[in-house]
Structures are given as C-alpha cells and as structure tokens.
Design a protein around this ligand. Structure first.
Ligand code: GLV
Ligand code: MN
Length: 218
C-alpha cells in the first residue's frame, strides 16, 4: 500500500476517534485556549495565552522515528499539550512509538485517557489487563488498530525481526503515563523494601536487584 494511502487511513482513524469518543477531559468553554505553559496561574489545565498563531496548533515531531537504542528498545514521542499548546482544553493528543526488534513499551497506564494505537510499520503484540486481572491481547500488524481502555495497564512488544512503529491517539490533552515498574521500584522517595517484599512475595535481595536496575545511571 502506498504511503499516501496510509496517511489517508491515519486521517480516517483519527477522525473516527475524535468524533466517536466522549472526551475524558472537561468540555471546552471557548473556541481555543492556547496554553501558556509559563503562566504561574494554577488551574485545571493551563491558562490561555493572548497572542496566538497557526504554529501553536502545529507539531512536526512525529514525522521521524524516535531512537530505539535504549534499555527497552522503544521510544515514545509525545504530542500532547506540552508539545502542541493549542491542544489546551481540546481533550485530545497523540504520540508516536518506535520499537526495535524485541523492543517493548513496558506495562503502564494513562490515568486520564483511553488510547487507540494504529500500526504504521511492522507487527506488535499488544495487551491490556482489566481490574479483574483478565488479559486481552492480540498481534496487530501494519494498518491495524487496538484500544487500551482508560486507566488499565497495557503494553506493546515487537516480537518481530524488523523495526515497528505505531501512532497512538488519546482522548485527553495530557493523558499522563505511569509505568508500573518505575512507579514501584524507582519512586522518589523510594517505596520501602518491606512493602515490595510482601507485595511480590520475594526477598529483599530480589527487590534491591530490581531497584538497582531502575536507579539513575551515574
Ligand atoms: C502507548 O501505549 C503509548 O502510551 O504511547
Ligand atoms: Mn499507552
């Protein structure tokens, strides 16, 4: 399929997504409210800035693949209100995820958004886990989509032999991402070992080993 056809499919997917999802964010009260990320005003979202232009609604950061030469062999490039200030109050955002062969976007949740992913290249094994611990998983390939319901733990892994890439859409301007392992083993201040040894039914040694892996590299 030609790349223009894929561009078209992405457009359709995004339109359906935007039209059919009830935003997880509050309803907007005006046409636009471009975020002033530097304002000291504290409110739900960001204060509106006054001089705005088309560039406030533009972002080219998803055009190129992100680097995948890291521990997980994958990179998430966000396109949220922090990159596109014009998204403030609009209740949507996107991200691009690139995966080396064997790369994983590790188990994480988005507390403020449902996510839908569209595979741009390659093949991904994806899944989410419900609050009654049922796993819903599937292998998805180029041109296919999968949905991760709001707040549920989910992941994607590239078990293929070639790189993979996906576009994610969210019904929040700032979905928030909490990686399960980082939250438990790399919080600041750290979660007491006794909590983790009892929760995971393992010894302190094992807990310390995992904590050491997540410690910032010196
Ligand atoms: C994928 O799950 C992402 O959050 O970008
Ligand atoms: Mn996600």
């Amino acid at each position: 399929m030609a790349s223009s056809d894929y561009g078209f499919m992405i457009g359709i997917m995004m339109t359906i997504f935007l039209a059919s999802f009830v935003s997880a964010d509050p309803e907007l009260l005006q046409d636009v409210c471009v975020a002033d990320l530097n304002s000291g005003v504290k409110l739900n979202g960001f204060a509106c800035k006054s001089n705005i232009s088309a560039d406030d609604f533009f972002f080219a950061g998803l055009a190129k693949p992100g680097l995948t030469n890291n521990t997980f062999g994958a990179t998430v490039t966000p396109a949220s209100v922090q990159q596109i200030t014009g998204l403030n109050t609009l209740g949507v955002s996107m991200a691009r995820v690139d995966y080396a062969p064997g790369g994983i976007n590790p188990p994480h949740t988005h507390p403020r958004a449902t996510e839908i992913v569209f595979v741009l290249e390659g093949e991904l094994d994806v899944g989410f886990i419900t609050t009654d611990n049922k796993l819903f998983s599937k292998t998805i390939k180029k041109g296919e989509i999968f949905t991760f319901p709001r707040g549920l733990i989910h992941f994607q892994i590239n078990n293929g032999k070639v790189p993979a890439a996906a576009i994610a859409a969210f019904n929040s301007q700032l979905p928030g991402t909490q990686r399960v392992a980082n939250a438990l083993f790399a919080s600041s201040p750290t979660v007491d070992d006794v909590v983790l040894t009892k929760a995971f039914q393992v010894g302190t040694k094992e807990v310390e080993k995992i904590k050491a892996k997540f410690a910032p590299k010196k």
